[in-house]
Write a protein that binds this ligand. Structure first.
Ligand code: GRG
Length: 306
């Protein structure tokens, strides 16, 4: 984000003062996004509508990390777009371009929330964003259907952009989310205990959505394939770093700071980076991991090495 702010500053010093908080650049758009998301999840059946809007209500929006990054990416990449940006039949005005990029931010958030709803069903989680998870409050069946509904709304919004490359990028992300989750579920203790497996799973489960949506922002901005690839790489590394932090916080955070229970990964038998590093340092930890974590005493034993 510092890089973004630096880049923006150098491209147009009138837009950003040296010390300006980069988030303030997109604060208004994030409020707009909150309203748009609420209006996009209105369903015919009231029960489905209240389930679909559950995580879009005021106070439970989450950090909005992905939309923030995407809107800042748009700000950084659109600076060089001349006004008016009209040189051929496919070209759009700067205002239209920004609206299309806002749509990518909305689609990304809808896919993200759909994945959270399904994830909480799979994990039988009872808390999300500091409140009862949707599955806990309204049941697994409605939580699954609400996730499907959000995915459908995301597909409709994606199709409206009429850009086949962007459609296929984000459609593929849904497959990646499912692949990452399945890798996490089916990892045998042998297989899962490698950093390579962890990074691959983490790309699918977390980084793919961020990297491909960053690439979509660049493509819509009319940037070259090279810049689009750099945007993708930026998003991939940011996504991997984000999940690494998330995995560390699962060990170090509290229920209040996380908005859900801590130590949830180890209790679900999921081996993440902190455990992999500890296993490298303390080979005797392998035997503890091989026992599995159904027994809380084994969880406590493993935690002694972290
Ligand atoms: C139906 C799209 C779909 C997917 C099904 C369940 C599943 C396959 C994938 C789960 C993917 C998942 C939940 C990955 C974890 C990503 C992650 C770090 C979530 C937490 O993101 P934050 O911290 O959450 O940005 P907030 O609440 O702030 O939005």
């Amino acid at each position: 984000l510092h890089g973004f702010s630096h880049n923006i500053h150098h491209q147009s010093s009138s837009i950003v003062e040296e010390q300006q908080d980069p988030f303030s650049l997109v604060a208004d758009e994030l409020s707009l996004l909150a309203n748009r998301l609420q209006s996009m999840v209105v369903a015919e059946v009231p029960k489905l509508a209240s389930a679909a809007e559950y995580l879009f209500k005021m106070g439970v929006e989450g950090k909005r990390f992905r939309p923030t990054v995407l809107l800042l990416m748009a700000t950084a990449l659109n600076v060089s777009v001349p006004e008016p940006y009209l040189s051929g039949p496919g070209d759009v005005s700067t205002k239209e371009l920004r609206a299309r990029q806002q749509s990518i931010a909305e689609i990304t958030e809808m896919i993200h929330v759909a994945s959270l709803l399904h994830d909480d069903v799979l994990d039988d989680a009872d808390t999300r964003r500091g409140i009862g998870s949707l599955n806990f409050v309204m049941g697994n069946k409605l939580a699954v259907l609400a996730g499907d509904f959000l995915l459908s709304r995301a597909c409709v919004a994606l199709a409206a952009l009429k850009n086949t490359e962007v459609v296929s990028l984000l459609a593929k992300v849904v497959e990646h989310l499912v692949t990452g989750e399945t890798m996490q579920m089916t990892s045998t203790s042998q297989q899962c205990c490698s950093m390579e497996y962890y990074m691959q799973k983490t790309y699918y489960k977390t980084a793919s959505l961020i990297s491909n949506s960053c690439k979509a922002i660049a493509l819509l901005a009319g940037q070259t394939a090279e810049v689009a690839m750099l945007a993708y790489e930026y998003g991939r590394n940011l996504g991997l770093a984000f999940q690494l932090m998330d995995d560390i916080l699962d060990f170090t955070g509290t229920s209040a700071s996380l908005g859900k229970g801590s130590l949830s990964d180890i209790r679900h038998g999921i081996i993440t980076a902190p455990m992999l590093f500890a296993m490298e340092e303390f080979p005797q930890l392998h035997a503890v991991v091989d026992q599995g974590f159904d027994d809380p005493a084994n969880v406590d034993l493993a935690l002694e090495y972290l």
